[in-house]
Design a protein around this ligand. Structure first.
Ligand SMILES: [Zn+2]
Length: 189
């Protein structure tokens, strides 16, 4: 009787909330809950993505981003800055940040584009970094997360949706207290 009482759910309790995976079907979220409960998330991710990328500096990140942009968004505005940012707290939808400021230069209006990538992506597989960079580059052209936006993401990286899911799975793993899987945490600031 008492054991049963101990196991009965709290009033209003529902299955564990997975904030990074809310937009996915309930059945898929249940599969992730089962995976987390079995402790198999780390092994699954590491098997799929054995290696971290080597883009350790802002300069390397800029060149990587500029090359992707040159391939797919040639007509877009120039990127002034691309950098890792340890102040971005990766929660919910804020995987990266993109800013476009209109500057008046000699009477002409020009846009200044910056992309900042959460510093945790220094220590991830290249596929995860690519997903973030593609996402932020797509925002140069499409502001909202609508159909046109995701079409552009998939055009730049055909496996975009799989990578985004796997990034969100990794964030869910970290959220549940799991260890970082690819190298040390960035130094705190
Ligand atoms: Zn976005």
């Amino acid at each position: 009787m008492s054991a049963r009482a101990a196991r009965s759910p709290q009033p209003g309790s529902t299955p564990m909330d997975l904030p990074y995976l809310r937009s996915y079907p309930a059945q898929l979220q249940d599969q992730v809950r089962a995976l987390l409960a079995s402790g198999g998330t780390a092994a699954l991710l590491q098997r799929k993505y054995p290696q971290a990328h080597a883009l350790r500096t802002d300069k390397a990140l800029y060149e990587y981003t500029a090359e992707l942009k040159a391939q797919h968004l040639r007509k877009g505005a120039t990127l002034q800055k691309v950098a890792y940012d340890s102040k971005i707290h990766v929660v919910r939808n804020a995987l990266g940040l993109h800013t476009s400021r209109a500057l008046v230069q000699g009477g002409k209006l020009s846009a200044r584009h910056e992309i900042r990538v959460a510093a945790m992506f220094k220590n991830t597989p290249e596929e995860f970094l690519r997903m973030i960079v593609v996402h932020e580059l797509a925002h140069l052209r499409e502001k909202d997360h609508d159909k046109a936006f995701y079409q552009l993401c998939s055009h730049m990286e055909p496996s975009y949706h799989q990578y985004e899911f796997d990034v969100r799975l990794y964030l869910t793993h970290l959220d549940a207290g799991g260890a970082r899987l690819w190298g040390p945490a960035p130094a705190p600031q």
